[in-house]
Design a protein around this ligand. Structure first.
Ligand code: NAD
Ligand code: DEZ
Length: 388
């Protein structure tokens, strides 16, 4: 991350021309006071569209590199995402273009997705062992939650050898539930591209559950397809895919729970990304600090309850808040429609993401739990629900 002075000093005294991905929520609230905002589809942005832009705001689908920015006046690039693999940060820094991503903005959303995915598959995690690959904001938060739930977890993160749960990749892959939260890294010394190839996938037990919510290409998708065809009892949950948005439809048929890269798409996580980029821009020397007229929307609280007890109660409450089966159903329906001559799959995948329903994080819910036993209430609290 680099907060560096833009080269044009006059830049700070005039309204900014902001070009932004049309799928960034809260743009007007967080950037409207700075100048003009032009909204464009992120996937197809061109250099020509940036010829008058001072600020470029993107999501993960826009490769930001010399090809896009050469000879443009862009002096600040903000990506309202955790991932940065779409940014050529070396080129940006060489050119003195300030940039920022939004570390951790939707980490909580991804962790909630993991528990809801297990609930949707009716997998009682309370007697399973967990392995986490990549232990940053997402993996680290999942690790903390698992500790709070009193569960056993080992983690593989080559940059964090002192993590108290550190283990080899092989050991992590032998756990009953394996969660992938590594970024896509192509460079040595620790590339993650196809880190799970045929040999590594074979380390997973036949009845393992593999949840992938980092970046698609961390798993060799053809190797995963072969493993699933060989061993249908193996459970795969895929939120991220190789070659998004043009995903492998044979793989989609084989996975147990599928979604169009929306693990981080809670309303809270998306808005946090927008806010963090505004804050980064305000810290950027030479850009005008403006009186903040924007504010976070009032928080909503919804009351939920259940007739169930024990794990069934936890499962029921989680799925009332967010049921990944709905995402799975929509993605499979889009694939079926495509096969019958509907939209190209890549367009359908992007449309599902663009039209994603508003999803609130657990903290917005109060569970009416007086009839539940103490241990169940403690687990719900550890998962982040308010209990009454
Ligand atoms: N599915 C989604 O909606 C969604 C949402 C948020 C983030 N993500 C992806 O998840 C990734 C992780 O998010 P984060 O917030 O934890 O990022 P982070 O940068 O906080 O942490 C990433 C961790 O991965 C580790 N790492 C790097 N190379 C590795 C390797 N080869 N093997 C194992 N670990 C490695 C790093 O040391 C770091 O601790 C992001 O980079 C992003 O690509 C996906
Ligand atoms: O890196 C991230 O923050 C997530 O993968 C994010 O949810 C990606 O969403 P997108 O930018 O593709 O809309």
């Amino acid at each position: 991350m680099m907060d560096q002075a833009p080269r044009d000093a006059a830049y700070s005294s005039k309204p900014l021309n902001i070009v932004a991905d049309e799928n960034i929520p809260g743009l007007e609230d967080w950037f409207g006071d700075l100048g003009n905002i032009t909204r464009l589809p992120g996937r197809t942005m061109t250099r020509e569209q940036l010829r008058d832009a001072d600020v470029l705001l993107v999501r993960s689908v826009t490769p930001v590199n010399e090809n896009l920015l050469r000879d443009t006046p862009v002096r600040f690039v903000g990506s309202c995402t955790i991932g940065t693999d779409h940014l050529d940060t070396v080129w940006l820094e060489q050119r003195g273009v300030a940039w920022s991503a939004a570390p951790g903005c939707n980490a909580n959303s991804v962790v909630e997705y993991v528990f809801c995915a297990l609930a949707a598959l009716d997998i009682d995690w309370r007697d399973r062992t967990f392995g986490i690959v990549g232990c940053g904001n997402v993996g680290g938060l999942l690790q903390t939650r698992l500790h709070q739930l009193g569960l056993s977890v080992v983690v593989y993160d080559p940059w964090l050898p002192d993590n108290p749960d550190a283990a080899t990749l092989e050991t992590v892959l032998k756990q009953q539930i394996v969660c992938l939260h590594a970024p896509l890294v192509k460079a040595e010394p620790h590339p993650s591209l196809h880190m799970l190839d045929t040999a590594m996938l074979d380390k997973l037990a036949d009845d393992a559950v593999l949840i992938s919510a980092g970046r698609g290409a961390v798993i060799d998708n053809n190797a995963l397809l072969a493993r699933l065809q060989r061993n249908p009892a193996f459970t795969a949950v895929l939120d991220v895919w190789e070659n998004e948005p043009d995903i492998n439809l044979s793989l989609l048929e084989q996975v147990d729970l599928a979604s169009p890269h929306i693990a981080g798409y809670s309303h809270d996580g998306k808005l946090a990304g927008t806010r963090m980029i505004r804050e980064a821009l305000d810290r950027s020397p030479g850009l005008r600090p403006v009186s903040a007229s924007h504010k976070d929307p009032a928080s909503e609280t919804k009351v939920i309850s259940t007739e169930q007890s024990g794990f069934a109660a936890i499962r029921d409450l989680l799925l009332q808040m967010y049921n990944p089966r709905d995402d799975d159903r929509r993605l499979r329906a889009a694939a079926d429609a495509h096969k019958q001559g509907g939209l190209p799959m890549a367009e359908a995948f992007d449309l599902l993401r663009k039209q994603y329903p508003k999803r609130l994080e657990f903290s917005h819910f109060r569970a009416s739990t007086s009839q539940l036993d103490k241990s169940t209430r403690q687990q719900l609290t550890a998962l982040g629900l308010q209990c009454s």
